[in-house]
Ligand binder design. Structure first.
Ligand code: VG1
Ligand code: CO
Length: 542
């Protein structure tokens, strides 16, 4: 017997989605009614759900399975005809986007806190993606948030938990639950976009790579595609078994958290290529032998070489990047004679551009790259695109990037994060920056051309987003940008982005921390970082 139960509830404060969904500590999500309130708010805010199909899955972190069971029972109570759930509750963020689009579902729910640590005392997250496959735009997340503040009850089916481990379709009351292989549809899409035969030949010729799945969701995807379909030797994928706590690590593919991979690529007998992905599989870091490719450069190099890949052989329509991402991709767009777009931080802002056919490639400095093949950034996709380029060019990664700089100039770039600082101090620092009148002022050897708090008007739907980061742009085009993270769960994180264009190839080999030293000092001083946060040095430098 199954029956729908209506449960009385009261609103929780702060169920406001951030840069990418609602992220909180697991213990917050495990409070009675907490998850249920938010899920009901989603169902109440997205239009008629009766008879529709929903996609469901997550990055496998602690609480993923329990949350899937709750959401399935609530979807059944809401009247969905069917939920497609990844086997074991597993679905990478880009694969979720792929499946939503392929089967034309009424969107999906993705359970992830991405690069944030997982485990009983760590983070959990949830977001709704729209039928186009991308993260809900701000109008939708605001409607969901408004609903969480007014909620009085939610509905849930009284039923036993459903088996999520065996592929197949079963009934949950009146609703069908289809448990499907989370890798197959995604792998098939990758095979269509890239020259798998050329990449197979590359591996067959002795090319060596290491892929660090960081015990997160890309393990099964990378193993099936790299070692299975592309014939890379067993052991190419490391940390390939997803774990609820990501093996105790921090599944953020950067030089600090993916240090195991970094040591291999910078060590004795290093392989030709290295890559890592994050908790939910949408980020990527790319390394050559003894060489680190910044995400901003990666976007630019992939754009410049895109036509080497079958899925992009017809050329690109445009390139979009988030505001704090370096302008390296803009130079490629200019050379290709295609438009370049600058959006606020967060993948949700690329959706309209991709849907309208204005942009083909998109990227963020935060290790995010993607294209119009789905509506999320896509870690493994970026790695496969690099492999396709390497298979076609047969040159080392470092040579390809240096040749790119020689042709376009180098946008020397770094991001400094100050994690876990006091929220009031962080807000005070941002208010202080907003209050400064800097135009025409000299800071060190630089003169300020303008400074503002970035605002964006979406060129497709006209929606306006304000307060997206303070930028101080100097007359020579150098800039420093300040913004507060919208994905953290503890205190505040200040991100400082520093960029300077260097046309002279004789200076391209310099360490960015040295090349940018003056701007870094200016940024610290103008924002009074140490005085306001007590931090003399950043926590993470990328
Ligand atoms: C960060 C990144 C941003 C990215 C977002 C979600 O946001 O800076 O570029 O889109 O994470 O990525 P914030 O607000 O903390 O700076 V993921 O891989 O967490 O979905
Ligand atoms: Co992610």
């Amino acid at each position: 017997m199954t029956a729908v139960r209506t449960v009385a509830t009261t609103p929780f404060e702060g169920q406001k989605p951030g840069t990418s969904g609602l992220r909180k500590k697991v213990r917050v999500f495990r409070q009675p009614h907490y998850l249920e309130n938010f899920v009901q708010a989603i169902f109440d805010s997205i239009g008629e759900v009766a008879g529709k199909t929903l996609v469901l899955g997550g990055d496998g972190r602690f609480h993923n399975r329990a949350a899937c069971q709750t959401i399935l029972k609530m979807a059944a109570a809401a009247g969905f005809a069917k939920v497609m759930v990844g086997q074991g509750g597993i679905l990478s963020t880009p694969a979720a986007s792929c499946v939503i689009r392929k089967y034309r579902t009424f969107g999906g729910i993705i359970l992830s806190a991405s690069h944030n640590p997982g485990g009983e005392d760590e983070d959990f997250g949830i977001k709704y993606n729209i039928p186009a496959g991308g993260p809900a735009p701000e109008a939708v997340t605001e409607a969901i948030f408004a609903r969480t503040a007014a909620i009085r009850d939610y509905r849930i089916l009284e039923a036993a938990d459903i088996d999520l481990d065996a592929v197949g379709t079963r009934q949950l009351g009146p609703m069908a639950v289809e448990v499907f292989d989370p890798v197959a549809d995604y792998a098939e899409l990758m095979d269509r976009l890239f020259d798998f035969a050329a990449i197979r030949a590359l591996f067959a010729g002795g090319f060596r790579m290491k892929f660090d799945a960081m015990h997160a969701v890309t393990g099964p995807y990378a193993t099936a595609i790299l070692e299975g379909m592309l014939g890379a030797p067993a052991g190419t994928v490391m940390n390939g078994i997803p774990r609820e706590d990501f093996g105790g690590g921090h599944p953020d593919p950067n030089l600090v958290h993916a240090h195991e991979l970094v040591e291999i690529l910078f060590g004795e007998g290093a392989p030709d290529f290295g890559a890592a992905s994050d908790g939910d599989g949408d980020r990527n870091m790319v390394l050559g032998r003894n060489f680190y490719v910044t995400p901003s450069d990666s976007l630019a190099v992939l754009a410049a070489n895109a036509t080497l890949c079958p899925g992009y052989a017809g050329g690109l329509k445009g390139i979009a990047r988030s505001m704090p991402t370096s302008a390296a991709a803009d130079r490629v767009a200019e050379a290709l004679g295609i438009p370049a777009f600058e959006t606020p931080t967060g993948w949700k802002f690329f959706g309209t551009l991709l849907d309208a056919g204005l942009a083909t490639l998109c990227g963020e400095e935060s290790f995010g790259t993607g294209s119009d093949h789905v509506r999320e950034k896509d870690g493994l996709w970026a790695v496969l695109m690099w492999l396709n380029v390497l298979a076609a060019r047969r040159e080392p990664v470092a040579d390809i990037v240096r040749a790119h700089w020689a042709k376009f100039g180098r946008n020397v770039y770094s991001r400094h994060d100050y994690e876990g600082i006091d929220s009031a101090a962080a807000n005070g620092l941002m208010d202080h920056l907003r209050g400064l009148d800097l135009k025409g002022k000299r800071l060190g050897a630089y003169t300020v051309a303008f400074s503002d708090d970035f605002a964006y008007t979406d060129p497709v739907d006209g929606s306006v987003s304000t307060k997206q980061g303070i930028r101080i742009v100097f007359e020579d085009g150098s800039r420093v940008v300040f913004r507060l993270s919208g994905t953290g769960t503890e205190g505040a994180t200040l991100r400082v982005y520093i960029e300077q264009y260097e046309p002279d190839p004789a200076r391209h080999h310099l360490d960015p921390q040295d090349a940018l030293a003056d701007l870094i000092a200016i940024a610290r001083e103008v924002a009074q970082i140490e005085a306001r946060t007590g931090r003399a040095e950043p926590t993470v430098i990328t």
